[in-house]
Ligand binder design. Structure first.
Ligand code: AMP
Length: 187
């Protein structure tokens, strides 16, 4: 049966980590637009070359590019069982996703919103920079990504509020604690 989940939250909220756990639990495919873009960067595709500059500046890649990437991915799936990690990030992306899910007869099950303290997030991302060495995990870019989240992505909370599908989760605590909260909210 088709099922889709959206994971939202500021950069460094722990979306990726929690998304992986929930995907195992509910047998969903994790679709991270950030990972897809990083894959293009690694492979040196035209898209990757363009996207790298934007990502390193902490800005958003264009809606058309992102929507095209997601559409191509969904259209090749037999069953749509997907957890969107870091998508949608703008109202235009959310509208395109609505349309796509309607076309594919894939209902939206829930939007998980991880709520965290901003300063804690900055510290978490600086730590990740040491471990993973992501080129967009330096303090200036982190602060830019947070402001982009607040300006362009957080309005989606209002966009989805009317659907009654938003699950607000306290994202502070251990990985296990947060995982438990999400599982309870989705049960
Ligand atoms: P993430 O791994 O989700 O934090 O994404 C890393 C970077 O990739 C972001 O800062 C953006 O530059 C770009 N990116 C990822 N997903 C999207 C999206 N849905 N829309 C626009 N840009 C994105």
């Amino acid at each position: 049966m088709n099922e889709t989940l959206i994971f939202m939250g500021p950069p460094g909220a722990g979306k990726g980590t929690q998304a992986t756990k929930i995907c195992e639990n509910r047998q969903l495919k994790q679709l991270s637009t950030g990972d897809m873009l990083r894959d293009h960067v690694r492979r040196g595709t035209d898209l990757g070359v363009q996207a790298k500059q934007i990502m390193d500046a902490g800005k958003l890649v264009s809606d058309d590019v992102i929507i095209g990437m997601v559409r191509a991915e969904l259209q090749q799936m037999a069953d749509i069982r997907v957890l969107f990690d870091g998508f949608p990030r703008t109202t235009a992306q959310a509208q395109a996703l609505d349309q796509l899910l309607q076309e594919l007869h894939a209902p939206l099950y829930a939007v998980v919103l991880l709520e965290v303290d901003e300063e804690a997030v900055v510290q978490r991302l600086l730590k990740r920079a040491e471990i993973e060495g992501r080129s967009d995990d330096n303090e200036a870019t982190i602060r830019k990504r947070l402001s982009v989240y607040n300006e362009q992505t957080s309005p989606l909370i209002g966009y989805y509020a009317g659907t009654g599908k938003i699950k607000k989760i306290d994202g502070m605590g251990t990985v296990q604690e947060v995982e438990q909260r999400i599982k309870e909210a989705l049960a």
